[in-house]
Each structure stands twice: as structure tokens, then as C-alpha cells.
Write a protein that binds this ligand. Structure first.
Ligand SMILES: [Zn+2]
Length: 350
């Protein structure tokens, strides 16, 4: 009997047409359908403290740094597009008021930079919630006017409001080597670099005009009894003990934020390993860079805004955190376990 079955199988195989040889395909992201694991802390069924409904939620993405070029160390430029697709699919499963791209959507790829950005913006298109862009140093591989046009931005720093909260987006490359030549900002950048030639050129400063705008926005928020959250690509606290990544004038900016009486959180990217610190009532959160997501993992977050806390739900290797508002203090951290080794190898050069 067994011999007969074997004979029939070999006869059937002989009758089938030969299998087509797999053809090499050009690289393109595949659609990932599996869901990223949600930390149990954020599951109302397992955590009764979650029964209160948030005022609203928003998504956070940092340092996608996509480029159609080969990986360098743990920066997997092409795979970052796959991570982004997975992130967009997951964000669309949540009722978000908006999402924020914390800068560096592209790595910069010479003449291909524009095509890289166009490609990544197409991947962001399906996002259901409105997306606000923050300018990063790598974004400026494309000229400012062209970058603004592609991101549909009128200005690189701006404010928006939601349910009595004010959100401020800063341009950390305002005064930098990428300031428009001949501008007041470009002159200020030269002065900074003359004073301290060791200042990293991948960082920049908040210029005088933007600083005046920031002060005005914060005093207006304070008068309106609003809580403010500030988004910028660059940190203002030496992240992970590393002061190579902060704004050139981080101390001035910190002074303004800490004296405003309304800023509850400063959220940034740029430092790929990510970090958290609290100083003088302000939570400083650095979202880890997506381009360094360990294999089969990801890096993005959703923030649920409550009257008395911000609850960060981390996806992939991003830690989840509960941040209490005034007096500011972190009340819980739920580290994500995964390829921790890859995290520790994270490059600190943005
Ligand atoms: Zn950066």
C-alpha cells in the first residue's frame, strides 16, 4: 500500500509543470499585519486604574531616517520603511487626536534625498489622524523651502491646541549650519561657532525671533490656564548623560520653559537610544529612533492625556511610562523586554 502511495505521488509530481524559479525582486516594504504587543498595564481589563477615559490621545514617531541605501551598523535605513508601515497600521487602530513626527524622516541620500522623502510621506499618507511635522537635522538634506513645501508647512515652528492643551513645535535647526545663507539666523550660527568651534553641526539653536515667539506662546498659554507640551527634534537636557545632542542654547531654552509655569513635558527625538528625565517640574522624554529598531521589533508610542497624568504606551522596545503632572514625577515605568543588547549598542551620534 505504502509503495503504491509513493508511486502515485511521484507520478503526480512528474505530471506537474516545473516550479517557476523565484525571480529576484527589487526591494520594497512588505505589509506587516501582525499587531505589536500592547503592554498589559494599558489594558483596562488588567489595570483598573485605566478605567478613567483619557481627554485625548496622540501618536509619536521619531527618527525614521529612511534612505534607499545599505545599513550602517544598527541603522537599517531601508527596513525603517517597514517599521513605519507597521507603526502607521498600529496607530490607525487607536482613536488618536493627532500624531507627531519628531524629525529626521530621512537620513539624507545625496540627489536621492527628495525621492526618499516623497516615498516616506507616501507611507505616512494612510494615517487617519492629522500628522504634525518637526524639523530634524537630517531633513535639511533638502533645502528649507522645498522641505516646507513637501511637508505642507508654512513655518518650521508653530503652535496648535487641543482640549485646553497647547502644543508647541520648535525648530531646533533654526540657527545652524543649515540656516538660509545671509539670514539673521545664519549670522547667529556663525557667532555660536566662532565662540565654540566644537559645537556639533548636527545640532542648532533656537534663534532670537523664535525665542520671542516661544515666550509669547507660553505666557498666552499660562494666561489661558492651559498646560503646554513642547516638541522639538533636539533634547534640552543632556540625554542619557550625553550633551553632544542638545540644542546649542539649551540652557536658555530650559530657563524659558521652566519659568513659564505651564510646560509639563518636553518631547524630542535625535538621541536614538531614547531617554527620560524630570527636572523642575518638566518631564523630558526622548522617543527612541525608529531607524535603530531591533529586528522584528519597532519603536513608536501613543500618549494618553489625562487631567493629572500623561501615560506613554510604548510599542516595540519603547518603555511605557506614566508621568504625573505637577508636582511632576514619574510614577511607573514598564520596561519592554526584547533584544536589549541591540538597544545597548545604540549609537549616540544622531
Ligand atoms: Zn537628528
Amino acid at each position: 500500500m505504502r509503495a503504491l502511495v509513493a508511486l502515485m505521488i511521484s507520478l503526480a509530481a512528474a505530471l506537474l509543470p516545473p516550479a517557476a524559479k523565484p525571480q529576484p525582486q527589487p526591494w520594497r516594504p512588505r505589509h506587516i499585519e501582525e499587531r505589536v504587543q500592547v503592554p498589559s498595564y494599558f489594558n483596562p481589563a488588567t489595570n483598573p486604574a485605566q478605567s478613567e477615559k483619557p481627554l485625548f490621545r496622540f501618536g509619536l514617531i521619531a527618527d525614521v531616517q529612511y534612505a534607499d541605501k545599505d545599513a550602517r551598523g544598527i541603522r537599517r535605513y531601508r527596513e525603517s520603511a517597514v517599521s513605519l508601515q507597521q507603526c502607521v497600521a498600529e496607530l490607525n487602530r487607536h482613536p488618536l487626536a493627532f500624531s507627531v513626527n519628531l524629525g529626521d524622516l530621512i537620513d539624507g541620500n545625496g540627489m536621492a534625498s527628495r525621492a526618499d522623502l516623497a516615498y516616506i510621506l507616501k507611507l505616512l499618507d494612510p494615517l487617519k489622524a492629522r500628522l504634525y511635522h518637526v524639523i530634524g537635522n537630517h531633513c535639511l538634506a533638502i533645502d528649507r523651502p522645498e522641505l516646507l513645501r513637501m511637508l505642507h508647512l508654512k513655518n518650521t515652528y508653530y503652535a496648535f491646541q487641543k482640549s485646553g492643551w497647547r502644543f508647541l513645535v520648535l525648530d531646533g535647526m533654526d540657527v545652524s549650519v543649515a540656516s538660509p545663507p545671509g539670514s539673521r539666523e545664519s549670522e547667529q550660527a556663525k557667532q555660536y561657532l566662532q565662540k565654540d568651534p566644537k559645537l556639533p553641526d548636527y545640532n542648532g539653536a533656537i534663534g532670537a525671533k523664535q525665542m520671542a515667539w516661544l515666550r509669547e506662546q507660553l505666557s498666552s498659554a499660562k494666561r489661558s490656564n492651559q498646560k503646554a507640551v513642547v516638541f522639538c527634534h533636539h533634547p534640552v537636557l543632556p540625554a542619557g548623560g550625553n550633551d553632544d545632542v542638545v540644542l546649542w542654547n539649551y540652557q536658555d531654552v530650559l530657563h524659558v520653559l521652566e519659568n513659564s509655569g505651564c510646560v509639563v513635558a518636553y518631547v524630542c527625538g535625535h538621541y536614538h537610544p531614547g531617554s527620560y528625565a524630570e527636572q523642575n517640574g518638566i518631564h523630558h522624554v526622548t522617543i527612541p529612533g525608529m531607524v535603530e529598531s531591533p529586528e522584528k521589533s519597532n519603536r513608536f508610542a501613543i500618549v494618553s492625556v489625562f487631567r493629572d497624568s500623561l501615560q506613554i504606551q510604548g510599542f516595540g522596545t519603547v518603555p511605557s511610562r506614566v508621568l504625573r503632572l505637577g508636582p511632576a514625577r514619574e510614577i511607573a515605568v514598564i520596561p519592554r523586554f526584547g533584544p536589549i543588547q541591540a538597544e545597548l549598542l545604540g549609537s549616540v551620534i544622531p
